[in-house]
Design a protein around this ligand. Sequence first.
Ligand SMILES: Nc1nc2c(c(=O)[nH]1)N[C@H]1C(S)=C(S)[C@@H](COP(=O)(O)OP(=O)(O)OC[C@H]3O[C@@H](n4cnc5c(=O)[nH]c(N)nc54)[C@H](O)[C@@H]3O)O[C@H]1N2
Ligand SMILES: Nc1nc2c(c(=O)[nH]1)N[C@H]1C(S)=C(S)[C@@H](COP(=O)(O)OP(=O)(O)OC[C@H]3O[C@@H](n4cnc5c(=O)[nH]c(N)nc54)[C@H](O)[C@@H]3O)O[C@H]1N2
Ligand code: SF4
Ligand SMILES: [Mo]
Length: 743
Amino acid sequence: MASRRDFIKISALGIGGMALGAGALKLLAEDSTFDPFSPITQFSRIPTYCEVCFWKCAGWTYTDDKGKIVKVIGNDEDPHCNGRLCPRGTGGIGMYYDEDRLLTPLVRVSENGKQTFRQASWEEALGIVAENLKKIADKYGPESLALFKHGSSGHYFEQLVKAYGSGNIVSPSYAQCRGPREVGWKATFGTTVGSPEPTDIRDTRCLVLIGSHIGENMHNGQVQEMSEAIDRGADIITVDPRYSTAASKSRHWLPIKPATDLALLLAWIHVIINEELYDKGYVEQYTFGFDRLKQHVRRMTPEWAYGITGIQPKAIRETARLMGSAAPSVIVHPGRHVTWYGDDTQRSRAIAILNALLGSWGRRGGFYFDESVRLPEFPIPEFPEPKWDWRATLDGRFPLAATGISNAMIEASIPKEGKDSRIKGWFVSGTNLPLTIPNRPQLEEAIQALDFMVVVDTMPMEVTGYADVVLPECTYFERYDELRTSPHREPYLALRMPAAAPKGDSKPAWWIAKQIAEKLGLGSYFPYEDFKEVLDWQLKQVGSSLEEMQKAGVKQFERRSPLYLKENEPFTFRTSTGKIELYSKEFEQYGFAPLPNYTPHPEPPDNYYRLNYGRAPMHTFSRTSNNPNLTDLMDENDLWVNPKVARIWGMKNGQEVWLRNQDGVISSFPIKVRITERIRWDSVYMVHGFGHNNKKLSRAFGKGASDSELITNPVPDPIMGGTGMRGTFVTFLLEEPIKAVES
Ligand SMILES: Nc1nc2c(c(=O)[nH]1)N[C@H]1C(S)=C(S)[C@@H](COP(=O)(O)OP(=O)(O)OC[C@H]3O[C@@H](n4cnc5c(=O)[nH]c(N)nc54)[C@H](O)[C@@H]3O)O[C@H]1N2
Ligand SMILES: Nc1nc2c(c(=O)[nH]1)N[C@H]1C(S)=C(S)[C@@H](COP(=O)(O)OP(=O)(O)OC[C@H]3O[C@@H](n4cnc5c(=O)[nH]c(N)nc54)[C@H](O)[C@@H]3O)O[C@H]1N2
Ligand code: SF4
Ligand SMILES: [Mo]
């Protein structure tokens, strides 16, 4: 079928050609000889914070006397990393050296009936973007433009899109990640969890991980604090159907049957209430609805949960007692990627309730009250009021959604039953939608229907193949960005500044957004020549300066209020009752269960297995799978298969298989089998972020399989629109499937 927006895979250009691949590979090897105090080579260090994941560790980029970037290390003063970057952060310079990088603007053209990209000047590319945005605003209203964003660059495009008149802004970190936990937590404690999570792991006596695999999930400070906690003898309890790295470090591993966590959580609540293990003073003083909760869980015994979860009643009781004896220095971790089965807000509520009973919120060794620096916004005119925004795309669903829902925005881009779509144009920055958003057929249908799509990225990732215009951003080593203000035990600021000039014709996002704004007559929203002016102005408002931060990289500020609750001090939580709501008045008002319940989820049919996925310590999603330093450490994912299953299918270690899901979707590439007891017989497991199908990614193309393309049936969370992604079932194809030949 002729399509208006063919996915452009093959580089007709040979963009890049920086010929630094081998050099970049050598960088890690150079580590051992690298000495910043070497008398021979003069090194300079330039502050940055990492963009390989959203932990945003502050560090120092080292350049040699020729200005070449040689290394990045952690900043000792930064509490996110305590001077140590994780393997991904250290390998982050691979993002700068990657010879596949986007280095020039690209525009879609048709040549001999085939669509391809042609290089363009910034002037031309930005002109096309501005012209199309003007057309959309004139024809349908500015609200018809949606912004999909993730990472630092999102800020500038958010500013641009708001100035243009649209409030249709979405990020995958909500409906595909931590949205349900934030809603569950807010309903309970009146506040969201936020990032970094204010978990006081350093001082905890008991850490409970429910499908939160710290250790493979390399969020730096948490990993460091967890290993300290283990050394101090803290109890770690891990609930995971897979024997994860965290499970291997745990005193108790509860190999739960997938999709049954709510039953375990309710049984824990039952034991903690019935054995009076809860913090009585705290519960009495700060919580609302205890009696109703007690009544609610009265029959949810460990024996009841055993039938559902497969966890022995004895183990449920023992672990509940461990938590009780450690309370309040106990953390039932809220998790982060929590969009699993569609009842994720309720599962997060159950976790929040458990923490409330144990009195861990606001207590040492539980959760501290984090603080961030209040940085004044650089003065710009007020944004126009859009006539409608993302809320309209929900069509009355998901009443507690706090931001846009990506799949709803995508749906709103598809014309239906003779009705035109609401969304006509997409602006995308820092998110590789095809490998990030579940239900790829829906994504592709939406893209085909768009009038215009522009993508800003550093790499020729899959998402760029769908764009009309691709704008190359330089990497975080080559630009100033907003100050990092993320909260912590003490408020901190961190600066990112360029260690080298942008490669090729790549540019920082602030510059790109400003140019487009000026072409649209919205220049007053970017009232500066250089982003440095904004940083210096902001820093001076809080008694610092750009000059000071250029030397220090990070700066600590004074806390304004105590780190923990003061013993017996009155405290008003920001809920309707002013208390921690064990019973949620808000959920009741919206017609949702005010106390969480267990409901069964579909099971894999015969010969199908639940597709489980997660993180590898040396990769971040799809963004690092072409990174020359990190592919050296791991260049493809494999498929964990239980030995029993391998026997039934006659599979051998290392054998390549294809996967077919319940909807008949077959993986584009094969994946190697790894036979291991670490995965249950009813599931298979792979690391997310592989299986790239863009040939411009010379190292990542065709390596491993993509979990994303197999997740075609996300289960929506009725409360806030999260997309449950763990209800995918796959079977094996041992021979290469015959597929339609590509045109
Ligand atoms: N199947 C499946 N889907 C998932 C998940 C999963 O585990 N499995 N995890 C979910 C979670 S928890 C999250 S948070 C999301 C993450 O979703 P994404 O953030 O979309 O994940 P990435 O695949 O890393 O895509 C990042 C994109 O940003 C680009 N990029 C990197 N640096 C820069 C930069 O400096 N500027 C610009 N403009 N672009 C840059 C990269 O090249 C890449 O195209 O995915 C979610 N989706
Ligand atoms: N190295 C690295 N670290 C990262 C990232 C990265 O890309 N790479 N991404 C960061 C981001 S944005 C996020 S959101 C976090 C995500 O990291 P986490 O919040 O830790 O979450 P997941 O990746 O969902 O964790 C997956 C775990 O859940 C288990 N699991 C699967 N099904 C079930 C179930 O039914 N019940 C239970 N109890 N467990 C189950 C899996 O076996 C696996 O061990 O990681 C962060 N840290
Ligand atoms: S945890 Fe690792 S990848 Fe994430 S910001 Fe820190 S160093 Fe970078
Ligand atoms: Mo995430």
